[in-house]
Design a protein around this ligand. Structure first.
Ligand code: NDP
Ligand code: MG
Length: 382
């Protein structure tokens, strides 16, 4: 039995991770954590019997405690609980499936405790990659990518140890508004942006995909995971989402990983790496597929990607500002409080306003996050 813990178990990645657990029978869940979804977490506890479960929200955690009185499970809450769920059990691997920078502390705690990380929570690497990657190396733990593009790159690298990456070709669907101008995106409502053409995901990442902020976060994620320069990463729009990413080696050979858009594959690969297990589901049918097409990203109209590349180039604390500004702006957009285009406008303003720190420590990152929130709130009220 391989023991795993999952933070963010009630979300899109979390529930698909539990589908993998259910389908295989040789994974044991030691801890589960979520934000506030009492009903689903209770169901998951009853099915997977973790020793520890955590809800961020203290009141909801108390409700869960009452509802699971008949079970031998310890119910925790808040950051302390999240950290204990991530690092306090005897799991071998932690799946980081929470959304946002909330994942930083538990991920660091799990690495400190020697757990391998199946990393979906890209915001953690984007903002704290310079702390996380050296720490993982020092502790001898693996950071196994769950994000489909990064899993694809990781899969392309297998058997090529020792060969330098010449270029990473990071594919992007282009999202639901591909081909539109900024003017044509003025009136976009949350329900329009929540329709992704190929992937069913949580709401924050779906909005990020529509603005191409997600691709920008993935560029930064790729830099940390594969230790390449920004100039070695080329974003390629591939609207059918069949090629999940590619690697070009020094001799010009390009390796690609293809598949149907199904997150269970990268999740399962991370959990069993280097083993490949059977995965039930739809397969690619090349006779029926028709075509795979490619184009360059539109940096002029999709400012989210352009700003991310700037944040990546500037480095230090700037990616944190980019990320935090986006997290809050997306939240405000989903609540109907700001317009769609205001998301990238606010990110740009916050980046312009920020005084860059070259080597932010964990506290600096968390302070920068708070300062960015305060700044955006002031802008938004003004
Ligand atoms: P969802 O919104 O579907 O799920 C988020 C999860 O995090 C939920 O379980 C939620 O709990 C939990 N959560 C939220 N806030 C807190 C908190 N304060 N403390 C503890 N748990 C919390 O997101 P996704 O699954 O879509 O995405 C998760 C991460 O994976 C993101 O970083 C995303 O970028 C990345 N990712 C996702 C992909 C996808 O296909 N979905 C693909 C590639 C990467 P609750 O339900 O109680 O709110
Ligand atoms: Mg992705």
């Amino acid at each position: 039995m391989k023991k795993i813990a999952i933070i963010g178990s009630t979300g899109s990645i979390g529930t698909q991770t539990l589908e993998i657990v259910r389908a295989n029978g040789d994974l044991q869940v030691t801890a589960l954590a979520a934000g506030s979804n009492v009903e689903l977490l209770e169901k998951q506890i009853r099915e997977f019997s973790p020793g520890i479960a955590c809800l961020w929200d203290e009141k909801k955690a108390e409700e869960l405690r009452q509802r699971t009185k008949d079970l031998p499970v310890k119910i925790l809450s808040g950051m302390e609980g999240l950290v204990e769920a991530a690092a306090g059990t005897d799991c071998e691997i932690l799946v980081t499936a929470v959304v946002g920078m909330i994942g930083i502390r538990p991920t660091i705690a799990a690495i400190e405790a020697g757990k391998d990380i199946a990393l979906a929570n890209k915001e953690t690497l984007v903002t704290a990659g310079h702390l996380i990657m050296p720490l993982a190396k020092k502790k001898g733990v693996q950071i196994l990518p769950v994000d489909s593009e990064h899993s694809a790159i990781f899969q392309c690298l297998q058997g090529n140890e020792g060969n330098r990456i010449h270029k990473i070709l990071l594919t992007a669907s282009g999202g639901p508004f591909r081909g539109r101008t900024r003017k044509e995106m003025e009136g976009v409502r949350p329900e329009d942006a929540l329709k992704h053409p190929n992937w069913a995901m949580g709401s924050k990442i779906t909005i990020d995909s529509s603005t191409m902020v997600n691709k920008g976060l993935e560029v930064m994620e790729a830099r940390w995971l594969f230790d390449v320069d920004l100039e070695q990463i080329q974003v390629v729009v591939q609207p059918q989402s069949i090629i999940h990413s590619m690697v070009e080696f020094e001799d010009g050979a390009v390796m690609a990983q293809l598949g149907t858009p199904d997150m269970r594959l990268p999740i399962q690969y991370a959990l069993y790496y280097p083993e490949r297990r059977f995965l039930a589901g739809e397969r690619l049918d090349f006779w029926k597929m028709g075509q795979i097409t490619f184009e360059a990203p539109d940096l002029e109209n999709f400012r989210g990607l352009a700003l991310a590349l700037r944040a990546c180039r500037e480095g230090g604390s700037v990616p944190t500002v980019f990320n935090a500004a986006n997290e809050l702006a997306v939240h405000l957009f989903l609540k109907g409080e700001i317009s769609y285009l205001a998301i990238t406008d606010l990110i740009e303003k916050a980046m312009d306003h920020h005084q860059r720190m070259a080597e932010p420590k964990l506290d600096d990152i968390l302070n920068t996050e708070q300062e960015t929130y305060d700044y955006i709130n002031r802008q938004f009220r003004a």
